[in-house]
Every structure is written in C-alpha cells, then in structure tokens.
Design a protein around this ligand. Structure first.
Ligand SMILES: Nc1ncnc2c1ncn2[C@@H]1O[C@H](COP(=O)(O)OP(=O)(O)O)[C@@H](O)[C@H]1O
Ligand code: SF4
Ligand SMILES: [Mg+2]
Length: 395
C-alpha cells in the first residue's frame, strides 16, 4: 500500500446567493474526482494552470477544506472520515509549505514563536529550552543563522522566508509535506536553491512530497511521478521521465510545448501549441471531456459527450483522452489550435516557465542574511506583491 492514496476525491464549493437567505445556486467543482497514489520517500509533482484545483486538492488532503466525496488514506487511515480531534493528531504527519512565504507567516510573531506554536499544539518537547534547541538545529539545517530565532518575518528575504516555512513544517517531523507552489513567489535565482534544499532534506530525512506547481519545469527534476490536472481532474499521470519523453494528452502536449529546451538546435525547432481561450469556469464545466473546448485535436464524436476515464496505457502511464492512441501514432491530425515557432514572449494560454532547467550546484552560498530590516526588504526584491491573506497557522 502507498503512503498516501486519494480515491475519487471531490471538493465542491457551494455558490450562495441572497442577502437574507443564503440560497445555494450552484457549485464550484474545484476538485472533481482525483485518484492518485504517493509512494513513501518519493515526490509527486502536481501541475496545471492557475484555477485548476491544485491548492484545493492539497488543502483537502489536510482537511483544511471539506471533502465532498472520496477517500484520503494516509498509512491505511481514511482521513476524510476521521473525527476532528483525531484529525488534529494526524496533521502533524502531514504538513504544508505555502506559496506566499510572507503571507503565511504572522508578522507579529518572531521566528521562535512561529516555530514553537506547532510544537506546542502537538506536545513536542518537554520544555521551551528543549524546543529551542530543536528549532536551532532545524534552522541551521535549512540554512538560516542562529540569531534568526528572535527576528521577525519581514527581516528576511523571500528565499529565507520560504526556508522558515520549510523549518516550520520540519520541526513537527512530518511524513508528508505538501509544497504548494513553493518557489513561484521567489526570484528565479533563488528558486533553484529552495528546490535543492527540498531535495537534500528528502534524502536525509526520507520525506515524501507532493509538489504543486503551475510550471512543468519546476517539478521536472524533483518529481518521481507527475500528475497533470485540468479543471479539477487528472488528465495524465506518468513517471517523470516518461511524461517528458512521451506526453500523451493534448493538454500535456500544449504545456510541454511551452517549456524551453536547453539544446539550442532543438530549441530553434521547437513549436508551441497555442490553446484557444481561458480555463472554463469550474462552476459550469464543459460536458464530456473537460478539455474539448480548447483541445487542438477535438473530434466530432465522444469528445463533447463522454468524459474519458484516466486509462492505464502501461508503464505506470495513465491518460484521460478518447483518442490518445490515434494522436500518438499520427493517425489523427490536429483539427484546430495554432502552432507557432517557440518564441519566449508568446503566450500558450498557460503560465510560462521561468525556472532555469538545472539548479546551480553552489547555489546555497549565494543567498545572504540581511543585516537589518531595511536592507532585507530590498533583498526580497523579485517577489510577487503580497497577498492580503491571513497568515497560516501551524497545522
Ligand atoms: N473557498 C472557495 N470557495 C469557492 N471557490 C473556491 C474556493 N477556493 C477555491 N475556489 C475555486 O476553485 C477553483 C480552484 O482553485 P485553486 O484550488 O486555488 O486552484 P489552483 O491552486 O490550481 O490555482 C478556482 O476556480 C477557485 O476560484
Ligand atoms: S478526448 Fe477529445 S477533446 Fe479530450 S483531449 Fe482527447 S481529443 Fe481532446
Ligand atoms: Mg494554487
């Protein structure tokens, strides 16, 4: 049995209308039947464009949102059915690292207080002295100085804040860490350092990861298996190498065509498949194959009427497309959708790849600890604007 197994997981959010009486007028099908397995010590990469339900799925695993249907089985226990108090104990084993490192750390708590919070909630350490020692060791391991303990989140750069987020998960000694877009708010040069750190920690501590990203380049090197999500469901899943060598689903092909290739000759020949239109609303998903409104290979039969199942095509490769075999052997030609030479500025309708292909080996040494808060604000330059979001509590 795999360490983490999801079976038919659905998360539907009610859409309410009315001021006095809240009427449910529909549902957002954020996650709509996801089944997958994550093996112990491995990394499952989950990719798909913004709004396809990745974060909701991650939150459902931790039961931070209500699961409408399906099972989330950790080490043989179905978390979806656990009473709240028992679930609280299980949360220690499942931790999340969030996309926005600053937004997920309480600005009024110093680092010691932020990291102690979860330890207290899970009765880790007999005294504060003991907890402090453990925190110091973990901060050192993630590359932060000992004096970080008494400092506040705003005194650190973006990359360092993400290291604090990772340390906050690690102090609880989890089995599984769900990293939700762990590097997408960071400067490109810092992204590789954080990915490298995650890989090293996995090797040392035998951690199991689910790494969520909108960018295939980010999950490529770190993932053993990759699942591609579209509008609440998996459309393709395969061991990382197989997915890159032979993407079978039209959506994966389009995503892949946006990833730059390091070989300049191949890069020159690369064509990008442009997807028409935006992601349809998960409140009103298309009938049949959810991708049929944008699929460059869409056919007159089946596509608009029958939802394809995620079928096993061998070698651990699963694809949800009625015509995957015909597209692969070339008997079906594209029916729509533009194909253009790969020019980096052009949009594919999916968010573009920003991370360099390979992490620099000496990357760890380049990130400096700021001396004071004023300087550190500047050192966190390339972050996205902060979200006006409540800081995440220790889970
Ligand atoms: N609490 C919520 N209530 C209603 N809709 C939500 C809620 N959270 C997310 N959604 C919707 O669910 C869909 C999936 O969102 P999300 O899981 O954040 O996608 P991703 O992480 O892939 O960008 C989006 O359409 C989003 O607007
Ligand atoms: S089932 Fe049809 S619409 Fe869906 S991906 Fe395959 S060819 Fe495209
Ligand atoms: Mg998200």
């Amino acid at each position: 049995m795999s360490l983490l197994e999801l079976d038919g997981v659905k998360v539907h959010f009610p859409v309410k209308k009315g001021i006095l009486f809240d009427r449910t007028v529909g549902h957002v099908h954020a996650v709509d039947g996801v089944s997958l397995k994550v093996e112990a010590g491995q990394t499952y990469g989950l990719v798909g464009e913004s709004g396809c339900g990745k974060t909701t799925l991650g939150r459902a695993v931790l039961r931070l949102v209500d699961i409408t249907e399906g099972e989330v089985v950790l080490d043989g226990t179905d978390l979806a059915k656990l009473p709240v108090e028992e679930m609280r104990r299980f949360r220690r084993r499942l931790q999340m690292v969030f996309q926005d490192p600053l937004g997920s750390l309480n600005p009024r708590q110093n680092i010691e207080s932020i990291l102690t919070e979860g330890m207290l909630a899970h009765d880790i350490g007999a005294t504060q002295e003991e907890r402090r020692e453990k925190i110091k060791k973990i901060l050192a391991r993630v590359g932060l100085p000992g004096n970080a303990l008494s400092r506040y989140p705003h005194e650190f750069s973006g990359g360092q804040r993400q290291r604090i987020g990772i340390a906050r998960a690690l102090v609880l000694e989890p089995d599984v860490i769900i990293c939700d877009e762990p590097v997408s708010a960071l400067d490109v040069s810092i992204q590789a350092q954080v990915i490298n750190l995650l890989e090293e920690l996995q090797e040392e501590l035998g951690l199991t990861y689910v790494v969520i990203a909108h960018d295939l380049a980010v999950v490529r090197h770190i993932s053993d298996v990759i699942g591609v999500m579209y509008l609440g469901a998996l459309v393709e899943e395969a061991p990382s190498d197989a997915l890159y060598a032979e993407p079978r689903h039209p959506y994966t092909r389009a995503l892949m065509s946006a990833v730059p290739v390091p070989d300049p000759e191949v890069e020159d020949q690369r064509e990008r498949i442009l997807l028409a239109g935006d992601l349809p609303s998960p409140a009103n998903p298309p009938t049949g194959c959810r991708f049929h409104t944008r699929c460059p290979w869409v056919q007159d039969t089946l596509c608009a009427t029958d939802r394809p199942a995620l079928a096993d095509i061998g070698g651990g490769h699963r694809v949800a497309c009625h015509y995957a075999a015909e597209i692969a052997d070339g008997t079906l030609q594209r029916t729509s959708g533009a194909v253009v030479p790969a020019v980096p500025e052009q949009s594919t309708g999916v968010e573009k790849s920003e991370r360099p292909e390979k992490a620099p080996e000496n990357a760890e040494k380049t990130e400096k600890v700021p001396d004071n808060s004023e300087k550190s604000e500047k050192s966190g330059t390339a972050e996205k604007p902060e979200k006006a979001e409540k800081p995440e509590k220790a889970l």
